[in-house]
Unconditional design. Structure first.
Length: 271
């Protein structure tokens, strides 16, 4: 139940915005989408990769506003939708996955994906106390309301829930996603969650890392996290010939910064 000192928000007090997603083309074929009206805690990066034969979507945000119509603008007249991959089954990465026909997920994330609609993602007073405590301990105390606007006049952030989702294809380390002129190898990179994956374009030296690594404090204290797994993953990332990392949060960065982040984590946790 909601504590008496946290009344449910009045959605009419939030502005309505027509463009829920921001879009930045970081290369001629890769766009970064974010949800600027979502709190930093849940403001993830969504990556759209335009391919010759197929397009790719890496993560799908919180599901607050429809994503497919936004991506359709990128198709350049081609009647196709992207292959949608979730790097893991957290709220901010899997919310829009149900919109797509081809939905890829690691099998260790299936259970979490099936339960994704059980929580009100934007109104944290309804979150389990243990989860809120874990975030607070990690230095990420959640605000009561995690949006500062609405995508439509009838949207109520206090009652919004993410649509349930099941994968159409399960992917594991070593699998390949082929866009025609470029291929992405699935890397199983556990630590943040048991089934966290990255997508590795060896030819371009590009890693889409989800929440495995980004240029900020890494979250490894959740029930589904494992420091031991994270240590092994960081060792693996040290040896990866990365040119650029496209992370699940914060800005892209290069190999030297990746190695700095990995080494710092290993110094702190690799007994």
């Amino acid at each position: 139940m909601t504590p008496p000192d946290l009344p449910r928000p009045d959605p009419t007090g939030l502005p309505v915005v027509a463009d829920w997603f921001s879009v930045t083309w970081v290369t001629g074929s890769i766009a970064m989408l974010t949800e600027p009206h979502v709190d930093d805690l849940l403001r993830a990066n969504l990556w759209y990769v335009r391919g010759r034969e197929r397009d790719l979507l890496v993560d799908s945000g919180n599901g607050v506003a429809p994503l497919r119509p936004v991506l359709s603008r990128f198709a350049r007249g081609r009647d196709r939708e992207p292959i949608a991959v979730a790097t893991h089954a957290h709220i901010d990465h899997i919310g829009g996955l149900h919109e797509f026909e081809r939905r890829l997920l690691h099998p260790l994330e299936e259970a979490a994906a099936s339960r994704i609609s059980e929580i009100t993602p934007l109104w944290t007073a309804d979150w389990p106390e243990e989860f809120t405590a874990q975030l607070t301990e990690a230095g990420l105390p959640p605000a009561p309301l995690l949006v500062g606007a609405r995508p439509a006049p009838d949207f109520d952030p206090a009652t919004f829930r993410i649509a349930p989702v099941t994968a159409t294809h399960l992917v594991e380390g070593g699998d390949v996603i082929d866009l025609g002129e470029r291929q992405f190898q699935v890397l199983h990179l556990p630590g943040h969650t048991r089934g966290s994956i990255g997508l590795w374009d060896e030819a371009a030296g590009a890693l889409f890392s989800g929440d495995v690594v980004y240029d900020a404090e890494l979250l490894d204290t959740l029930p589904e996290s494992s420091v031991e797994d994270y240590v092994r993953t960081m060792r693996r990332l040290l040896d990866l010939p990365v040119a650029v990392v496209y992370p699940g949060h914060e800005e892209p960065f290069g190999r030297e910064r990746l190695r700095e982040i990995a080494r710092a984590y290993l110094r702190e946790h690799d007994g």
